[in-house]
Design a protein around this ligand. Structure first.
Ligand SMILES: [Zn+2]
Length: 396
């Protein structure tokens, strides 16, 4: 059985040991070592990554107390140099110990019990058996956990028998056979756990609670500890500073500056719409005059959006009683709004015209629109329409 360095010597990341067995399994090789610092996945904590004699370890798992390392190629020597990713281990250790403190504080302050723990590359969460947590409660939890981190409480791990465990104040007695591994944060928490942990709570560094989500009637709490929290703070700080500098302000004033810009933008949009309405009224009048007695107008624009076309077409149809067929090369769209005096279901009519064209669209009795994949299809459709006498529209 391997000596588990991740328990006996948690700071070891680089060591030399002997290979005790090696077996081929499919395209991979399963290796056991006399001593290993590779933590196998367990207790919500992912496995360590690293190399054995320079060969990357794909997976680490535990079976009947033995630790197995999966490699893509075999090891050639019986004595091997091993190395684990120390930053990844420290990250997992900080998150895991932080989780124990967090879970203990949630019970202590709000009788909220942890029923699930997830430690992923992106997110670390616990699921609490309460429907919600207020902002004030979250703040109280965050403050209390950080106080316990600063207090540098010793963390001890030891084994007890199942009988002795019955006398200890566990929240829930574990359903395991044989010896039970206990992780104790003096005076704060007593947990059954197989994970790696800090030796004093100060090594967790910091905890930051991020958000909560509702999950199956419970509360999922997202948090970051230690270097993960530092990286998050670093990137948030850079983002905020960059945006604040761009708007020539500081972080505290940034929200106000953005609210003001948003309000100004809304006002400008309102003014723009009013100006467009005036412009389209004049344009509609001009087109109606130029079309003389024709019952419709047709025009292609290269600077109007679909929304603009709809506004203009409605002005032409409603104010000048002419059917408006307008298109734009900006979005390769075509809009038709019929004259109120025309007795025709314009959506059905357009569908018929589209049978031999490469465009998607439809509409109702009064108006319709088409989207074309490119302006080639748009112009080809318009040419076809123009080739038909009176655009096949009945004269009203
Ligand atoms: Zn644990």
């Amino acid at each position: 059985m391997s000596i588990k360095l991740y328990y006996t010597s948690p700071s070891t990341t680089n060591w030399v040991t002997t290979v005790t067995s090696q077996q081929k399994e499919g395209n991979t090789y399963i290796v056991t070592l006399a001593e290993t610092a590779f933590y196998p996945e367990g207790g919500g904590q992912p496995s360590d990554s690293g190399t054995i004699e320079g060969i990357r370890v794909i997976d680490v798992f535990e079976k009947n107390g033995e630790v197995y390392h999966r490699l893509a190629t075999p090891v050639a020597s019986s004595t091997v140099r091993c190395e684990i990713d120390g930053r990844r281990r420290l990250d997992h250790t900080q998150q895991h110990s932080g989780q124990h403190l967090l879970s203990a504080v949630c019970i202590d302050l709000f009788d909220a019990h942890t029923v699930g723990f997830h430690l992923g590359n992106d997110a670390v969460t616990i699921d609490l058996n309460i429907p919600s947590l207020s902002d004030e409660q979250l703040l109280a939890i965050e403050d209390r956990v950080n106080e316990l981190i600063y207090a540098n409480i010793p963390v001890e791990t030891y084994y007890v028998s199942k009988e002795d465990a019955a006398a200890l104040p566990f929240r829930k007695l574990p359903e395991v056979e044989g010896e039970i591994r206990v992780v104790e944060m003096k005076g704060v928490d007593l947990s059954v756990c197989c994970g790696t942990h800090v030796s004093i709570t100060g090594e967790i560094g910091i905890i930051k609670l991020l958000k909560t989500e509702k999950h199956r009637g419970m509360t999922r709490l997202f948090f970051k500890c230690g270097q993960r929290a530092l990286h998050d703070y670093r990137s948030s700080h850079t983002t905020l500073t960059t945006i604040a500098q761009h708007f020539a302000t500081n972080r505290d004033m940034l929200a106000n500056v953005l609210y003001k810009l948003e309000a100004e933008n809304k006002e400008l949009q309102k003014q723009l719409q009013q100006l467009k309405q005036t412009l389209f009224r004049i344009e509609a009048e001009k087109m109606a005059q130029q079309s003389h007695a024709a019952p419709f107008v047709l025009k292609v624009y290269d600077d109007l959006t679909l929304k603009d076309l709809q506004m203009l077409a409605n002005e032409i149809a409603l104010q000048h009683h002419k059917t408006a067929i307008l298109a734009t090369t900006v979005e390769n769209r075509l809009v038709i709004v019929k004259s109120p005096t025309l007795n025709l279901h314009i959506g059905n009519w357009l569908k018929q015209q589209l049978q031999s064209a490469n465009g998607k669209g439809g509409g109702n009795e009064r108006q319709a629109q088409v989207a074309f994949p490119s302006n080639i299809e748009l112009f080809s459709f318009i040419n076809e329409l123009q080739a038909e006498k009176q655009l096949m529209l009945p004269i009203d």
